[in-house]
Design a protein around this ligand. Sequence first.
Ligand code: KIV
Ligand code: ZN
Length: 505
Amino acid sequence: MDKIIIFDTTLRDGEQAPGASLDIDEKIEIAKQLEKLGVDVIEAGFPVTSPADFEAVRRIAHEVTDSVVCGLTHANADAIDRTWGAIKDAKKSRIHVFLSSSDIHIEHQLHKTRDQVLDLSVAMVTRAKSYCDDVEFSPMDSTRTEPEFLYRILEAVINAGATTVNIPDTVGYAMPREFGALIDSIFKNVPNIDKAVVSVHCHNDLGFAVANSLVAVNRGARQIECTINGIGERAGNAALEEIVMAVNTRKDVYNLETGIDTTQIYRTSRMVSDFTGFLVQPNKAIVGGNAFRHESGIHQDGVIKERATYEIMSPADIGLTVNSLVLGKHSGRHAFKNRLLELGYKLDDDDLNRAFAAFKDVADKKKEIDDRDIEALVADELRAVSEIYHLEHVQVCCGEPAVPTASVKLSGPDGELLEGASVGTGPVDAIYKAISQLVPVPNELTEFSVKSVTEGIDAIGEVTIKIESDDRTYIGRGASTDIIVASAKAYLNALNRLISVKNRS
Ligand code: KIV
Ligand code: ZN
């Protein structure tokens, strides 16, 4: 086989990352974007863990047609039945059954014997197979499993009908050389291994998730499980964008294809970062803000003379095109609309009018507006569509010495005008307190971060916050050339999400 199957688990393992929480609409939007990206399999969730997870997987199964939609399940008859209920309407569906196989898990967590684990694995793969042809089995903690026992389980589940066998490095313990040797030994010692695709699922606890996945490919694995931006349990999973760009850039080493449209990588990375509230570190390979920036004079000089002197990939390969056509305050609605279409946004007339008004507003403050600004503006306007409370006005007075004081005006659910003021330890604290008086929903602010969308003192600032209420995390985002305004918008955005979740339940 000359193709690597890209199995994306952003919506399952990725969403298990502490602090990541996506609502159903966001999951559907990400799933559609993953399909556009060209991933072969979307692990849409773990349906039995909650009614909301079940519903998200069920809806993704209806929306996605090109990629296989996969649901993860425990090795438990009822869980398998219910998982099938969530994915059965997908055009292409897969059931993914997992059960721990290492002694440390079998003894301390499962309280079973190896033989019981083996029998249960076979019985549950057989049950999954009665629903679906495409069945994946994962012996969890494979890299700490006694190899002879691992071979026995793999042989038995393949005989029971598993079409993919996944080798998870669940705790990110393996070293690349060891992991490669394990995959080699599986091919040598599992007599029916040619009847299944060998997959790998590597965690990044020691920073080897991508290296281990690629080494496994060299040894014959043909499915890689990965996530956008590498998010996932603890230190995360192998990053999809790094795997794909490594395979593409080093064709001389791998001589393999993926079905990924790499020009969708940047947009997908941004979407996942925006929706989860996990900022991408600037030096992150492929999608970090600095990945294609050259600071040193020697490097800049080289790149100007010949790009290949210091760049092994082009930003355009991942869809990062800082548009040469920069818009400004004299640009008209038509040019703005065209640029949006080129960026992939089809807005209806109302949304377009609002986005254009916001664009004009920023254009008055900022000389040149590039694609990054436009994307931030549009995201901000689209967030405003479903608002329950809307920010009408915010003003802060602060300084040294001074008592930071904020006054805010909001429009409420019935269009009523609400006004409040508060002092605080700083300007943001004062705003948050003033808003909290008007929208009295108990919550705690747990994270606050601000980053600039572009370079320069006039850049748009994007604020991302997380608030907690009743053990649930809500993300809020806001963008403005004034970070105080962006902070107020971000807080209201999080509160609006909190209120709509509470209203729904
Ligand atoms: O890390 C792991 O072992 C998993 C399995 C469920 C595949 O996520
Ligand atoms: Zn995992």
